[in-house]
Design a protein around this ligand. Sequence first.
Ligand code: ZN
Length: 234
Amino acid sequence: MSPPTQCLILLSGGQDSTTVALQAKTRYEDVHALTIHYGQRHEIEVESALAVGKALRVASHEIIELGNVLTSTSPLVSNNSVDIFARSEDVPEGVANTFIPSRNALFLTLASNRAIALGISTVGTGVCECDYSGYPDCRRVFIDALEEALSLGNFGEKGKFKILTPLMFLTKAESVKLAQNLLGVEEFKKMFELTHTCYQGIKGGCGHCAACLLRDKGFIEAGVNDPIWKFREA
Ligand code: ZN
C-alpha cells in the first residue's frame, strides 16, 4: 500500500497547530485545513487560523461554525475571567480551568468526517503532553483510543484512520525550534506573527495568562524572539 499523499490538519491559528501544518507540508502533497469556530469568546483565533492557512497555501480551508455548543465554566466559552499570573512558574499544576470537556473528542470526530469525505484517512492535530495545562484529552493515550474508535466506526477495522500528533512529546521550546528549522529565520517570523495564543484574545498577547506565559517560556528556552510579542516593547 502506498503512503497517503493527503492529510487534514485541525488548524486553530495557534503556535502548535501551525507547526503541525508546516511539517505536514513537507510530507504530504496536499494539506487541507479545518478550523472550528465553537463560540469561543475571541474572533481573533479564527482570523489567525485563516491568515495562517492562506500563508501556508493549504489545498482547502473549511471553517465550521458550530456556535455555542460547548457548555463549560471554562473562561474560553463563558464569562468567567481568565486567570492571570506574574510568571510561568506561578501557573499551577493540574488541569487548568480553561479545559473544555470533550472539546478534542468533538473536534477530531468532526475532522474525521471532513477528512473521509475528502478521501483522506490522516488527520493532524497540535495536541501535546508537555508544557500543556494538564488537559487529559491532549494525551496520546486518549488519542490512541479515539483513533481506534474512529477507525472501527468508519472503516470497520483498526488501523485505517490515523491521528498524527507530531508535537506530543516535544516541549514548547522544541516545537519552536522545529518550526524555525522548517521555515528558516525570516519566514518563521512572518508565519508566526500571524499566530494567536492568548486566552484573553489580546492581539500580540497579554503576557500574563497561562497560554501567553507557556508560549513565552518556550520561545525563551529556544532562544528565539517571538514575533507576536508586543507587550515586551512597552
Ligand atoms: Zn494572554
